[in-house]
Design a protein around this ligand. Sequence first.
Ligand code: PEP
Length: 250
Amino acid sequence: MTRTPLIAGNWKMNGLQPALEEAKAIAQAADSQDGAEVLLCPPATLLTDLARTLSGSRVKTGGQDCHAEESGAHTGDVSAEMLAGAGADYVIVGHSERRADHGEDDLTVKAKAKAARRAGLTPIICVGEKEAERAKGVHLDVIEMQLDGSTPKNLAGDEVVIAYEPVWAIGTGRTAEPQDIAEMHEFIRTRLRHIMGEEAEGVRILYGGSVKPGNAAEILGIDNVDGALVGGASLKAADFGPIIASAQSE
Ligand code: PEP
């Protein structure tokens, strides 16, 4: 099964208008190779402008979160339909920062993933264990629970992306060991087979957590790693460009 790698940038709460110039440089880097699909998820305030800036390039845009409802009395929230209207193709749901800062549980994440599909977006469902959970040896159980609880059933393999992001590796400069990434990604693939049958083969499973130009090629070369979700290193073309270039079609 061929899965085109996805290199996704999560700008988190970073980016004002000048960031659009950086996005143009990222688009140049992305357009000079064809190994991977490339995605930028800016803050919602930049989405429309970014989608316009990137139109004509290979780089797609996505949201960082969405509300489960289509519209209504939810001050400050943004629906999946609004993201789609602003030009998004993807939306990240269940990022560990949302799970921690906003108390999002697996049921909420699943509802958001379903909302994404309702709006025609591809959800990128994030899962990841905390450091203490890995130290206790319960990391596989934690991921199994998050996956089972957050992943809608009856999706085709190309309608959902999973991002495995060990919480202790996000923004810390630490990455999981290659053998641990391999173990976890294989485990996730197996678990997805339970949830969605043979469609699991088509699901891209991204690794996230301090992916940088210096470690991207090794991480992207691991079995069942179908791309990366990149935070800090997606803000600058000088970092994100080489990560994009590290991705080869399988
Ligand atoms: C992330 O935000 O999902 C992430 C992995 O961040 P960083 O690459 O900065 O660790």
